[in-house]
Design a protein around this ligand. Structure first.
Ligand SMILES: *[C@@H]1O[C@H](CO)[C@@H](O)[C@H](O)[C@H]1NC(C)=O
Ligand SMILES: *[C@@H]1O[C@H](CO)[C@@H](O)[C@H](O)[C@H]1NC(C)=O
Ligand SMILES: *[C@@H]1O[C@H](CO)[C@@H](O)[C@H](O)[C@H]1NC(C)=O
Ligand SMILES: *[C@@H]1O[C@H](CO)[C@@H](O)[C@H](O)[C@H]1NC(C)=O
Ligand SMILES: *[C@@H]1O[C@H](CO)[C@@H](O)[C@H](O)[C@H]1NC(C)=O
Length: 249
């Protein structure tokens, strides 16, 4: 008597599952990104040609859309104006090694989508894509609850977000009036490993090693920019695998 019942409920389940699954969009789930053209966003902004050049030079321009596609958290870009670059002490950019240029650019990329409102209440420091000797380099955001005014600080540079070029999940682009120089750039040129009892916050548990041999051949980043990026890709991959498996349940 019991067996047919179980069978019945099992078959019921089998029919139920695919129907609930099919209600979710059938495309590879984590990447809701439509075609987002970063170049177009910045060109349209009209005053970001120096940043665009730097993005292009460091190849972040081509990597970022890929990352965006592989992320379910979205991303946020802080775009300094041409004015901001002009206001840098002369020779600042040219004095940077290629690695540092990449680091500088990635310091303007947050591996998560934040609306302006999010940034008012976000807990600091907010990790960026730039890796430092103690993990991801962070930025501090502050703002007032009912104004959309948000300040951002690198420790050595303190500026305001002046407007949003794009504010729609999964990608936000905000204009800033100064180039966010990491404070580590102006520290005495110490060797890579900073010693001493560091007061760095506990590093959040990284997910275990992501399955390697992913299909996209972009494991060859031009610089070793810390773990943030690979972790992101890992999370995306794991999510994808889980969803893939679910589809066969
Ligand atoms: C992105 O926009 C730029 C500038 O508008 C354009 O030249 C380029 O072809 C676009 N790229 C893609 C992939 O649509
Ligand atoms: C990026 O650089 C390449 C090579 O220098 C150039 O051909 C291309 O037009 C640049 N793209 C943008 C968007 O500036
Ligand atoms: C991102 O994903 C969409 C849909 O899966 C695809 O059409 C697009 O070419 C991808 N873009 C990049 C830069 O990989
Ligand atoms: C942001 O910075 C400006 C100028 O430095 C300052 O006047 C303002 O009070 C700051 N706002 C917040 C919310 O910290
Ligand atoms: C952020 O604020 C914390 C606490 O005030 C401070 O210790 C840290 O140096 C600041 N970091 C940056 C990047 O401004």
């Amino acid at each position: 008597m019991a067996a047919p019942l179980i069978l019945l409920s099992l078959t019921h389940l089998l029919f139920l599952l695919p129907s609930t699954l099919s209600q979710t969009p059938s495309a590879p789930a984590p990447g809701p990104a439509g075609p987002i053209n970063l170049t177009a966003i910045l060109v349209q902004g009209g005053q970001y040609s120096a940043f665009l050049r730097l993005l292009n030079q460091t190849q972040v321009l081509t990597q970022l859309p890929n990352q965006l596609n592989n992320s379910n958290q979205g991303m946020t870009l802080l775009a300094p104006t041409d004015n901001a670059f002009q206001n840098l002490p002369s020779g600042t950019l040219n004095g940077l090694s290629e690695d540092k240029k990449v680091k500088l650019v990635l310091y303007h990329v947050l591996p998560k989508y934040y609306s302006l409102e999010d940034l008012v209440t976000v807990s600091n420091p907010v990790p960026t894509q730039a890796g430092g000797s103690k993990g991801s380099l962070g930025l501090n955001f502050s703002g007032r609850a009912n104004s959309n005014q948000v300040n951002v600080s690198s420790g050595v540079v303190d500026t305001q977000i002046t407007n949003a070029l794009r504010q729609q999940f999964p990608f936000a682009v905000y204009s800033v009036d100064q180039v966010l120089i990491p404070s580590e750039f102006s520290e005495a040129p110490a060797p890579e490993s900073e010693s001493g009892p560091s007061s760095s916050p506990p590093v959040a548990g990284k997910p275990a090693k992501a399955p390697s041999g992913a299909e996209d051949g972009d494991g060859t980043s031009p610089a070793n920019n810390g773990g943030g990026r690979t972790v992101d890709v890992g999370v995306g991959l794991v999510g994808g695998v889980v969803l893939f498996c679910m589809a066969f349940l």
